[in-house]
Design a protein around this ligand. Structure first.
Ligand code: EPU
Length: 417
């Protein structure tokens, strides 16, 4: 039977907890190792299932990995294979991040098309259109994207929508292209800026990361670098909500407050007491949160990756809230599970209407994706009685030692296998 978490709810969390490095920055940073024959050193790689999957993928492509605790060195002296197989891509869509680097350095790539997933259709057409603009020949053969190019050429690219991994894939490819590339409508997420910082440390010439217009002057080769990965703003936000929802008093440290502005503003609206330091946030939960409406949007807006966690808090508010999801078309799977815990939530297309209830009641629930599982853990922490969250492997994909961190704040949470 897959592992599950058992939570005895109702305990106000107290104390200080540290945030790990960001999953969504670690994955592109690892893929960037394909761009150079020299080693990349990551002193703080998070130990997560998705990171392990990306490392496994890199090993199949020819990478050697050296580990010393959280310090991981990745080296791809030679690209031995250019294929990301369906078996790996279907377990982790971010595998598609090897596409740009492989074409740029090796001249060819075969990457399985990811297909749909629990939160939406999630096509990669913008990655492919962008690579084609850079001069790659792209074909779809037997469920695989097959891309070829002798040397990519800089170009002007304007994706039709803001795409995080799309921007990252194109930035990596353009770093080794001949000439200058402009990406308009680029994703402004901190993880994109973190990747640009790594690439620049490797010798790339990238400016404008963090804005909607990124300029990349191609260079012929890239070298090694040592790079600390940016803190995980979504893990931070999840832990902050844990403090708030349990009426606790929690300091979440080792974070970048500027990356959390939209989340903190929304929590403030909900009546959560927030104190912000240079690298920490202290949160004290109200007796009962106030309702609020939220619409997800690309950074610096309210992140879709925090939508489920916020909904979990709003479901206990004194009044009605509306949550509108604009990034993914099917990201309300947690709502039905929260209803099992006593929440009153109705979904109408991309909007959820949440009528606050005074408390959750413990129950058995099932995680459907990463952030949905985080939401269920939060609800379990607040609930009266015992909650069992099944399929916790979803949580393990993106949270490092979540139950240990929560237990350190006084939560009664156990893993059962
Ligand atoms: N889209 C397209 N075509 C494309 C690319 C994207 O139609 O070629 C659409 C998607 O279907 C979606 C929207 O554009 O509706 C935005 O998707 P985006 O490409 O930005 O998502 P992603 O890059 O696949 C990353 C994170 C997600 C996070 C989203 C949005 C990584 C590895 N993943 O995904 O993280 O939700 O950006 O911020 O960075 C998570 O960590 O739980 C997670 C799902």
């Amino acid at each position: 039977m897959p592992a599950r978490l058992e939570i005895e709810g109702g305990i106000p969390l107290k104390g200080t907890v540290k945030v790990s490095a960001a999953k969504n920055a670690a994955l592109p940073a690892l893929a960037a190792a394909l761009l150079t024959a020299e080693p990349l050193v990551f002193p703080n790689l998070p130990d997560l299932q998705d990171v392990r999957t990306m490392i496994r993928l890199l090993q199949t492509l020819g990478a050697t990995i050296d580990r010393d605790g959280a310090r991981v060195t990745v080296r791809v002296a030679r690209v031995m294979k250019d294929e990301a197989a369906y078996e790996l891509v279907s377990t982790m869509r971010a595998s598609v991040l090897v596409l740009g680097p492989l074409v740029a350095r090796h001249g060819s790539a075969r990457v399985a098309l990811p297909g749909g997933c629990a939160i939406g259709v999630r096509p990669i057409d913008q990655h492919l259109k962008g690579l084609a603009r850079l001069g790659a020949e792209i074909a779809i053969e037997n469920g695989y994207v097959v891309a070829r190019a002798s040397r990519l050429r800089g170009a002007s690219i304007a994706p039709d929508m803001v795409t995080v991994t799309g921007t990252e894939n194109l930035m990596m490819a353009a770093a080794l292209a001949q000439g200058t590339t402009i990406i308009e409508n680029a994703a402004r997420e901190p993880e994109v800026s973190d990747l640009a910082a790594l690439l620049n440390a490797m010798g790339a010439r990238i400016s404008g990361a963090g804005t909607a217009r990124i300029e990349i002057e191609g260079v012929p080769t890239l070298g090694g670098a040592t790079h600390r990965i940016v803190p995980d703003r979504i893990e931070a936000g999840t832990l902050i909500v844990a403090g708030a929802i349990t009426r606790g008093d929690v300091t979440v440290s080792d974070l970048v407050p500027e990356h959390l502005e939209a989340v903190l503003a929304k929590l403030d609206e909900c009546g959560v007491a927030i104190e912000v330091g240079p690298t920490w946030v202290r949160v004290r939960g109200p007796e009962r949160p106030r309702p609020a409406d939220v619409v997800t949007s690309p950074f610096p807006g309210f992140a879709t990756d925090m939508q489920a966690q916020l909904m979990t808090l709003l479901a206990l508010a004194d009044g009605s809230s509306r949550v509108t999801e604009t990034i993914f078309e099917n990201r309300f799977m947690h709502a039905a599970e929260l209803v099992r815990l006593g929440a009153r939530i109705e979904t109408e297309g991309s909007t959820a209407i949440i009528r606050g209830v005074p408390y959750y009641q413990g129950a058995q629930v099932m995680a459907s994706d990463l952030r949905a599982s985080a939401a269920l853990v939060l609800a379990g922490l607040a609930a009266r009685g015992r909650t069992e969250v099944a399929r916790v492997y979803h949580l393990d994909r993106g949270y490092e030692r979540m139950e240990t961190k929560l237990a350190g704040l006084g939560a009664r949470i156990d893993r059962r296998t």
